[in-house]
Design a protein around this ligand. Sequence first.
Ligand code: BGC
Length: 744
Amino acid sequence: MKSGVRRIWNWATAAILAAATCGMHGQKTAEKPWMDKTLTPDQRADLVLKEMTLDEKVLLLHGNGMSHVPNWQMPLTRMSNGGAGYIAPIERLGIPGINMSDAAYGVRSSGENGRYSTALPSNLGAASSWDRKAAYAYGALIGRELRAQGYNMTLGGGVNLTREPRNGRTFEYLGEDPVLAGNLVGQLMTGEQAEHVIGDIKHYAINDQETGRNIVNAIVSKRAMRESDLLAFQIGIRDANPGAVMCSYNRVNGDYACENDYLLRDVLKGDFKFPGFVLSDWGGTHSTVKASHAGLDNEEPMDTYFGAALKRAVEDGQVSMKEIDEHAHRMLRSYFADGVIDDPVQKSVVDVERDLDIAQEIEEGSIVLLRNENGILPLQSANVKTVAVIGAHADVGMLSGGGSAQVDPPGGNAIAPPGQGATHWQEHIWFPTSPLKQLRKALPNAKVEFNAGTDPVAAAESARHADVAIVFVQQWESEGMDLPTLALPDNQDALVEAVAAANPHTIVVLETGTAALMPWADKVEGIVEAWYGGSRGATALANVLTGAVDPSGKTAMTFPLSDADLPHTTIAPLPEEDKGQGTRAVNAGERKSTYSVKYDEGLKVGYKWYDAEHKPVLFPFGFGLSYTTFSYSGLKTTQADHPRVTFTVRNTGDRAGAEVAEVYAMLPDSTGEPPKRLVGFDKVELQPGESKEITVDIDPLYLSIYDEASGKMRVVAGDYTFMVGGSSQSLPLKQVFGIGHGLM
Ligand code: BGC
């Protein structure tokens, strides 16, 4: 009886509330016509804009400081959610504040804010999965955790191409190829925005080294940019329609990226028809009028140029109201398009278990098996009784990348004294995911012992009588620094050499944020690239090492033989007068530095360089082994409104596995292009003996070249050779196919 009454009471209350909400909703739309969801984001933005004063518009065009940075405090900073940036709400119009967080491989600063975030594998790691679905899941996880923590905008989405593999942020990006990187960032951002957070892709553009990043002038031809670096952005923008693009710190062909008319107006908002807003990297705005004219919409994180100074510029007639309206419209349009007004952020508890499972699965698909002599892997419980695990704190954790991408590990740094919670900008952070423990679990009948690897002689002794030695090596990376070399630091090459000399059954596991040099490569039996493995890295790794999971990752960047083989053998040091500026965000003022980097390799980014220069490499782009084998056959090329290639992949081994099938094209000679470029890919799962016919539709954009004369991308008529296979250097199928005029 009691419960019946309660039920009725509940029902009645619900009905009354529903009626009231309905009425309120009607009233709300009458007062605020932009709340009508049947209108387009553009129409809704225009309706709000009509009601806004100049002061309110300007409020949308700048940040309000950054909570944890003492020099970047403003009156409204305290209202923010503890993230990297905050745009004020316009409460009388129902426009929410925008709380932004860095979120490259997970939500940043959660430790400082007393929250939890899952660390996914590094972005470069996840790119090595070549898996569009994994990229979507990666973004969706970040989107959910952002919202749960009170954020409605991400600052993730790094897609700078790996022109300079020693760049300290290589781990935050998606490798060296624009088609791979662009497709993956498109999926990642689509997944993220599906969670009603404003998406952002960055750093636009040519921010390819950290040395002098606030002052460096990157010199590069339009053609090279359009066919490489900017193409990755173009694809990502087309596929995900992100709410925002972050312009970078550096200059490009003379002008700072955040006041670069060519980059922002001509290309991004012109050719790419990007409808969202451009925000500056933190402290990357250098002017009011010039930046506004060039198409910067929002200054972060302060209001130095886009606060009172912008208002004055309007009052003085230097910036038109039309231009201000355009900026404000773009902001509001993204708010509506990405759902932050219709689906306001609601803090909640992160589903830790689910997200850990996703992080593990993505890492399992991202690990790349680079070498497997004599079938050393997978480790078989039956023959492996003793394992020597050596080096890189493999007893307690796995490495992560630093800077603004850093995700805080639950419980603090695995190698720091207990109790140390919040992390520091450039601390080397180890996630509490222990390869040693997971290997012990996966090989219950083996004796698995650990040696720290600090003394190569002692490490070799620990390995000498083991059935197998697994040496963990690492290369830490971060924003705000570049690596002097791709060689491993801290004498780790000597460690590997010593262990390999003591035990012929040596496997090396790499935890790196970029490619590494491996002078010992042919002295070890196994090499596994685990990247920065994220929160569940060790479980994923143990699953791959013991064969519970078949490795299916392929390199998203070339591993060269030496630094001397790179397009630039060194990164030029800063001139004396520029020392001290250049790596952390500072408004570098109007003094122009002479520091520049000339990307004269042009179109030859990554594998295109090694191909064109006939340089042998250690491991090519798109390379990775599996515990099974695959064969390719039956290439057919047809064309309707675009070329389409069809071929068959067969699992010729005796285990289930997944293969990344890669399609490259050699363009007609007249184009003057490097020998080949990636134009499509697909990842397929195959049971032993199973075959699948795969169809890859080739987007004409991926076949295009940039025509300097017309300023347009176009497909040149002529003979194209399509090549298909399992790595950029193993392409058993080839077919020449003529493409006529008028494709694009
Ligand atoms: C980085 C950006 C980041 C921003 C906010 C800058 O130093 O370059 O990638 O989003 O800080 O933390």
